[in-house]
Write a protein that binds this ligand. Structure first.
Ligand code: MRU
Length: 376
C-alpha cells in the first residue's frame, strides 16, 4: 500500500485524506475531503470504514468544520452591535459545531467509536469556552491528532497482548476487516497479533471470511494481508464451520464495533455465527477491542442499535448481473451481536480480559493501565 495510513489530516490542503476503500483491491485512490457532507457520505458509503477509522475520520472532519466556521467569522462581520464580539462569535461557533457533530453522528449508528471521538472533540472545544475562537480551533487540532496517534499505540498494544495467546504455525480465522484499513494504525486490531507474529516469523496460516454482502474480507483483509506477505486464504462465510471441523483453525480473531458492559459484542454481520461454530469445535474466539469500543452505557447487546442497509447491497452490488429477483424482500443488517459467553477473551490495549466480563471490563476503565492475570 502506498499510503502509510488509511486516514490522515492533510494540513496543506486542509483536508481529510482517506483511501477510497470501495475501489479496493482494484484501485488504490486517495480522496481529499473538506466538507461535512462529503465526509459523512464517505463514512456512510464505507469509503472509510471500520470502527476506529471512522472515529478518526469524524474527529478530523469536525476539526475541519471548526476551521471553516472560524474563517467565516473572520471574513464577515457578523457581530451585532449590542453583543460583545467574542461572546457572540463563540456561541455561534459552538452552535454550528454541534450541528456538524450531529450530522456526522447519523452516518453509522453501531460503531461506538464515531460518537466517542466526536464527544471527545466537542469536550476539547468546550474546555476553551470563554476564550477566542482561534484557541478553540487550536485545541481541536491537538485533540484530533491525539485521537489519530493514540490509535497506533492502542493497536500496537493489542498486537503484543494478542500475540501472547498464539503459537507459531497456528491457523487463525478472521472476518470482515479489522486490519490496518479499519484503523489509523499500521497494525489494525484483529490483525495486529497476526502482523506482529509475521514480523517474528510465526508463519501463521490466516483464513479470511469473504464477509457478505460488502466483501470486506475478500476485498480488504485478503488484500492487505497478501500485500504484506502474510499467508492468507479466502473462504466464503458459509465455509467456516467446515474449515474448523477439518482442524485447520486454532484461534479466531475478530474486531468489534461496540462492546456492551456485560461483554455482548456487536461486530460485522456473520460474527455470531462464527462464534457459535467456534464454541462447537472448542476453538477460542477472541475479540480485539480497543477500550474506546467498550460502551458502558449499553447494559447488554439488546440495547445496541444495529444498522440496517439498503437491499441493493445484497441483490446487486458486486454482481455483474442482478443476483436476485426484482422486488424480493431483503434482510440486510450490517452487524450482529455475539453473546458474551461465546467470547473466550477480549484483547485490549490494557491486557487480556477474561470472564466475568461484567466486572472485569469495568476495571479497565477504572484502573486504566490495569493488567489482568491470564486465569486460564
Ligand atoms: O461495516 P464495516 O466495514 O465498517 O464493519 C467493520 C467491522 O465490523 C470491524 O470488524 C470493526 O469495525 C472493527 S475494525 C477494527
Amino acid at each position: 500500500m502506498h499510503m502509510n495510513k488509511t486516514v490522515a489530516l492533510d494540513e496543506a490542503r486542509n483536508a481529510l485524506v482517506i483511501i477510497d476503500q470501495t475501489l479496493l483491491p482494484g484501485r488504490e485512490e486517495l480522496l481529499y475531503l473538506t466538507g461535512i457532507e462529503d465526509i459523512r457520505e464517505a463514512i456512510y458509503e464505507l469509503r472509510v470504514r471500520g470502527a476506529p477509522a471512522i472515529g478518526v475520520a469524524a474527529a478530523i472532519g469536525l476539526y475541519l468544520k471548526a476551521v471553516d466556521i472560524a474563517r467565516a467569522f473572520s471574513v464577515s462581520d457578523k457581530t451585532p452591535p449590542e453583543q460583545p464580539p467574542d461572546k457572540y462569535n463563540t456561541d455561534h461557533f459552538y452552535f454550528e459545531l454541534h450541528a456538524a457533530k450531529n450530522r456526522l453522528l447519523t452516518a453509522r449508528p453501531t460503531a461506538v467509536n464515531l460518537g466517542w471521538a466526536l464527544d471527545r472533540m466537542e469536550r476539547a472545544a468546550m474546555e476553551q469556552n470563554g476564550g477566542p475562537v482561534s484557541a478553540i480551533v487550536a485545541r481541536m487540532r491537538t485533540e484530533c491528532l491525539a485521537i489519530l496517534e493514540e490509535d497506533e499505540r492502542v493497536c500496537v498494544a493489542i498486537g503484543r497482548n494478542g500475540l501472547e495467546l498464539l503459537r507459531p504455525g497456528m491457523g487463525v480465522l478472521t472476518h470482515c476487516n479489522a486490519g490496518r484499513l479499519a484503523t489509523a494504525s499500521r497494525y489494525g486490531t484483529a490483525t495486529a497479533p497476526i502482523y506482529m507474529g509475521h514480523e517474528q516469523g510465526y508463519n501463521f496460516k490466516v483464513y479470511c471470511d469473504e464477509t457478505r454482502p460488502l466483501l470486506q474480507g475478500a476485498r480488504l483483509t485478503a488484500y492487505e494481508l497478501t500485500a504484506s506477505g502474510v499467508d492468507a486464504t479466502l473462504l466464503c462465510d458459509n465455509m467456516a464451520p467446515s474449515l474448523m471441523s477439518s482442524g485447520l483453525v486454532d484461534a479466531v480473531l475478530f474486531g468489534c464495533d461496540r462492546v456492551a458492559a456485560n461483554g455482548d459484542t456487536a461486530n460485522k454481520i456473520g460474527t455470531s455465527y462464527v462464534a457459535i461454530a467456534a464454541k462447537h469445535y472448542g476453538i477460542p474466539f477472541y475479540v480485539c477491542a480497543p477500550s474506546s469500543t467498550i460502551d458502558f452505557n449499553c447494559a447488554d447487546g439488546k440495547s445496541i442499535v444495529i444498522e440496517h442497509r439498503l437491499p441493493g447491497e445484497v441483490t446487486n452490488k458486486w454482481f455483474e448481473r442482478r443476483a436476485a429477483p426484482e422486488g424480493v424482500k431483503v434482510y440486510n443488517p450490517s452487524f450482529d451481536v455475539t453473546d458474551a459467553d461465546l467470547v473466550a477473551a477480549f484483547i485490549t490495549e490494557f491486557g487480556v480480559i477474561r470472564p466475568p466480563y461484567q466486572e472485569n471490563l469495568k476495571r479497565i476503565l477504572k484502573d486504566g493501565r490495569w493488567k489482568l492475570e491470564d486465569r486460564t
